[in-house]
Design a protein around this ligand. Structure first.
Ligand SMILES: NC(=O)c1ccc[n+]([C@@H]2O[C@H](COP(=O)([O-])OP(=O)(O)OC[C@H]3O[C@@H](n4cnc5c(N)ncnc54)[C@H](OP(=O)(O)O)[C@@H]3O)[C@@H](O)[C@H]2O)c1
Length: 234
C-alpha cells in the first residue's frame, strides 16, 4: 500500500510520541491528535516538517470530524489511522470513581470507535486504508486492578475483530497491537509501575512494530500482535 498521510491519536507523549518521530523520520506525514497543545508543539519541532499538530480530544466527534476535513483539504487523503490515545488507572474496582470509569471508556473505547467511524467513509470510498489500534494485554485477559481499563481494551479488540471482516472487501486492513508494560508517563501519578520500569518494553519498540506493519503488503492480514516484556506472561 502506498502510504503518505497518517493520523495518530495520543501523539503528544509516550508511545504516540515515539511512533510520530519514527514515522516522520521515515518520510511519512504524521497528523498528531492530543489535547495538550504545549506538548504537541514541542513534538512538531522534532518532526523535521513532517509532524502536524491537531488539538483534538478523541471523545469529541465534532473535533475529530473537523480535523479530518482540514487534513484531507490541505494535505490530501488520509491513508492510515492509528488509534493510540488512552488513559489508565490501576485500582480496585470497588474503589474506582464513577467519573473515572466513564473517562476511561470514553477515551480508550469510544474515542477509538469515533475516530474509526469518522475515517471509514474516506477509506471505503478510495478502497484503501489501514487502521492500527493500540490495545493492551489487558484486552486479551482479565488483569486485577484493571477492570475498567481492561473492559475498554477488550472492547477495542471486539471492535477490530468485527470491523476487520466488514471492511476487508473495501481494501481496509485492521491490526490490533496488544503491548504489556511499556516505559511511558502512563505509569506516573496515581498509578505508578510497581516493578522495575527499566526492564519493560520501550516505546521505540512499539514504534518499530508499527513501522514494520506499514511496510507490509496488503495481501496479508496482521490481525493481532501481542508483545510484552520477558518478565511478564499473558
Ligand atoms: N504504557 C504502557 O504500559 C501501555 C501498555 C499497553 C498499552 N498501552 C496503551 O498505549 C496507548 C498510549 O499509552 P502511553 O503509555 O503512551 O500513555 P501516555 O504517555 O499517558 O500517553 C497517552 C496519550 O494519549 C493522549 N490522550 C489521552 N486522552 C486523550 C483524549 N481524550 N484525546 C486525545 N488524546 C488523548 C495523551 O495526550 P493529551 O494528554 O495531550 O491529550 C497522550 O498523548 C494507550 O492507549 C495505552 O492504553 C500502554
Amino acid at each position: 500500500m502506498n502510504i503518505k498521510n497518517i493520523v495518530l491519536t495520543g501523539a503528544s507523549r509516550g508511545i504516540g510520541e515515539s511512533i510520530a518521530i519514527k514515522l516522520a523520520e521515515n518520510g511519512f506525514n504524521v497528523f498528531g491528535f492530543a489535547r495538550n497543545s504545549d506538548r504537541l508543539n514541542s513534538l512538531v519541532k522534532k518532526g523535521q516538517g513532517r509532524i502536524f499538530a491537531y488539538q483534538v480530544d478523541v471523545t469529541k466527534p465534532d473535533q475529530i470530524r473537523k480535523a479530518y476535513e482540514e487534513i484531507e483539504t490541505n494535505h490530501g487523503p488520509i491513508d492510515v489511522l492509528i488509534n493510540n490515545a488512552g488513559i489508565y488507572q490501576g485500582i480496585e474496582f470497588y474503589k474506582q470513581d464513577i467519573n473515572r470509569i466513564s473517562n476511561i471508556i470514553d477515551t480508550n473505547l469510544k474515542g477509538a470507535l469515533f475516530c474509526t467511524r469518522l475515517i471509514l467513509p474516506y477509506m471505503i470510498e478510495r478502497k484503501k486504508g489501514r487502521i492500527i489500534n493500540i490495545s493492551s494485554v489487558s484486552g486479551t485477559r482479565g488483569i486485577p486492578l484493571e477492570v475498567a481499563y481492561g473492559a475498554s481494551k477488550h472492547g477495542m479488540i471486539g471492535m477490530a475483530d468485527a470491523l476487520a471482516q466488514e471492511v476487508k472487501p473495501y481494501g481496509v486492513l485492521i491490526t490490533t497491537i496488544c503491548p504489556g508494560a511499556v516505559d511511558t508517563p502512563l505509569w506516573q501519578g496515581d498509578s505508578p509501575y510497581h516493578g522495575d520500569i527499566n526492564e519493560v518494553t520501550k516505546p521505540e519498540e512499539i514504534a518499530e512494530c508499527v513501522f514494520y506493519l506499514l511496510n507490509q503488503s496488503d495481501r496479508t492480514i496482521f490481525k493481532r500482535i501481542i508483545l510484552f516484556p520477558r518478565n511478564e506472561w499473558h
